[in-house]
Design a protein around this ligand. Structure first.
Ligand code: B12
Length: 217
């Protein structure tokens, strides 16, 4: 009950774009020993989704979107170390390179996926947002990871996921790495259409899919 009230305040802090309040609430959650993933899922993600809806309806403009995202990122920065600590498994499961595709600067969800993979035993290199296909190719060539994770949040940038897969084929690397795709607009049918090896709707599922792909590689 007390926790529910805290989650509601987290949602509101993101909607209001109140960075400091979002951070304080994250600290309070840790103090109350609320699992960090529960705080993220029931509080901050609900908040940022509401911000997205308000933006779509035209009730919020870009500054409010940015402030909401900043509040969320600040809270995640508080929760991520504890998230990693709690889930830490000793066994090393594999390696991954991740990034948001070119032209797309959304990175909150991708970061969360990376954090959960690291927490579950993967070595992850996060190339950040707005990553060109050539950069992905170069890093795959150089580091030979087991997995390549491509995030895209916009319908306009989803085709870039396909471009990266095509570029991998072009340089003969497609069979050397398993490609996972995700992001709010991405669907299992899109993943299949572009020839990705895996899709996940959220960070928890991403870990399961990644583990499954390691078994088949
Ligand atoms: C926060 C946000 C921003 C922030 C991003 C800050 C940052 N550093 O990331 C800022 C303010 C910068 C921003 C900018 C813009 N945004 Co914006 N943004 C959002 C918002 C509200 C939330 C995204 C988010 O962080 N969600 C929370 C995370 C946890 O969820 P997630 O990203 O979906 O990730 C989860 C899953 O998808 C999955 N996942 C994600 N990636 C991957 C990858 C793999 C491999 C796997 C397996 C899984 C996976 O796991 C994650 C964790 O559970 C969305 C609305 C929405 N509901 O998605 C709009 C939204 C994505 N934005 C939108 C738009 C239009 C823009 C702008 C063009 C606005 C503008 N006019 O300038 C710019 C884009 C500029 C650019 N070139 O990229 C639209 C896109 C519309 C479309 N369908 O194409 C949306 C949908 C809003 C809307 N409803 O209109 N945005």
């Amino acid at each position: 009950m007390v926790h529910d009230e805290l989650f509601i305040r987290m949602v509101q802090a993101v909607i209001d774009g109140e960075k400091e309040r979002a951070v304080e609430l994250a600290q309070e959650a840790l103090h109350l020993e609320i699992p960090p993933l529960e705080a993220i899922n029931k509080g901050y993600i609900v908040g940022i989704q509401k911000v997205g809806e308000l933006f779509e309806k035209g009730d919020f403009f870009l500054p409010e979107l940015v402030m909401g995202a900043e509040a969320m990122q600040a809270a995640l920065a508080v929760l991520e170390p504890e998230l990693k600590r709690r889930h830490q498994e000793r066994e090393r499961l594999g390696s991954a390179i991740a990034g948001t595709v070119e032209g797309d600067i959304h990175e909150i969800g991708k970061r969360l996926v990376c954090t959960m993979l690291v927490a579950n035993g993967f070595d992850v290199l996060d190339l950040g947002p707005d990553v060109a296909a050539e950069t992905f190719i170069q890093k795959v060539q150089e580091l030979k990871p087991n997995l390549l994770l491509l995030s895209a949040l916009m319908t306009t940038t989803m085709p870039e996921q396909k471009s990266v897969i095509e570029a991998l084929k072009g340089v003969g690397l497609r069979d050397r790495v398993k490609v996972m795709v995700g992001g709010a607009a991405v669907s299992p049918s899109w993943a299949e259409e572009i020839g990705a090896d895996g899709y996940a709707e959220n960070a928890i599922e991403a870990v399961e899919v990644a583990k499954g792909l390691m078994e088949t590689s």
